[in-house]
Write a protein of this length. Sequence first.
Length: 349
Amino acid sequence: MPPAKPGNIDWINNLRLIALYAVIVLHCSSLLLMQYGKVPMADWWTADFFNAITRFAVPTFVMITGALLLHREYEISSFLKKRLSRVVVPFLFWSLVYVWYSWYNEEITFGSEAWTNVKQVLHQLKYGSSYHLWYVYMLIGLYFFIPILSKFVRNASEKEMLYFLVIWFGVLLVTQPYLVRYNPAVDMHYFAGYAGYLVLGHYLAFKDFSVKHLRVWMVLLFVFCVVLIAVGSYLIIPYHKWPGTMFYEPVNPAVVMLSASMFIIIKLTMPKVSSVVTRVRDFAGNYNYGIYLSHALVLYFLEDPFGISYKLCTPVVAIPLTALICFLISLLLVWIVNKIPFLGKWVSG
C-alpha cells in the first residue's frame, strides 16, 4: 500500500505552475512554427525550440493527476460527481465564451432560426470551441477510468506497474509512423493513450530512487529529448507521408521521456524561496485550471488589437514575454470572475 501522499507536495505545486506557463509558451510559439518557409529560418528554429522544450506540459498535468489521485480508494458515483463538477462547469462556461468570441470574430454567424443557432452551439461544444480545450475532453475521459485504474495501482507490486509501463511505452513506439511496420496484428490498444501517463506519474511520485547523480542524468535526458524533438521535426518536413507534428504529439516516445525527466528534475529540486514567493505561487495555483481555460482568449486579444505576440520583437524574447503577460492577465481575469457573486466560484475554474 503506497503512502497517503507523494511526500512533500510543494514540488508538485511548482511543477503544476511550470507546466501551465509552458503550455502558454507553446501556444505563443505555434503560430510562428506554422510559418515555415515564410519567415527567416532563425525565427522558425526559435519557435521549434520553444515547442520542443515545452512539450512536457500537458503530459505533466496528467502525471500530476495520477500522482494525486491513483493512491486513493473511491466510491465511483461520489468521485465522478465531485471531479466532473469541478471540471465540466467551468469548461462549459469558457466553451460558451469561446463560442461568443467566434461570433465576435465573425468565424460563425447566428441567424433568426433559434434551433439552428442552438445546434451550432452544440456542434461547437461537441468538438471543442477552442483549440486548447481538447485537453479537457481527454481529462474527462480519464476521470471515468481513474476509479478502476486506482484499484490496480493500489494493489499492484512495483514489478506489475513496471510491466504496465514497459508495455505502454512499447505500444507507443510501434504505433509511431516511422515504426508502424513493426506493429504486429496483436491488438494492444488497451495499453495506448494517456492512461499510461497517470500510472507513470503515480510511479515516479512515490518511487524513492537511489541512482547516483539522478538529477544530472535527467537533465541530460531532457536536453537530449528537446534536441530530438526539435531536429526531428525539422528533418521530417520534406516527407509528407509522416505528419509534421509527429515529434510534438503528447503520446510520442520522445515526449514521454521529456515529461518523465522534467517530472523527476522538479521532484528532486526544492529551492529555498521566501514566503512571499510561496504565497504568490499558491495564489496562482488556486486558479490553475481557470488560467488554462482562459489563456487562449487572452492571447487572441493580446495579438489583436494590441499587437502583443511573437512579432513584438525578436521571437526569442517576444515568445516568453508574451506568455508571461498572458499568464498574468489570465490570472487577473479568472480572479475577477471568481469574485462574481454566487456564480464566480463555479465557473472561474
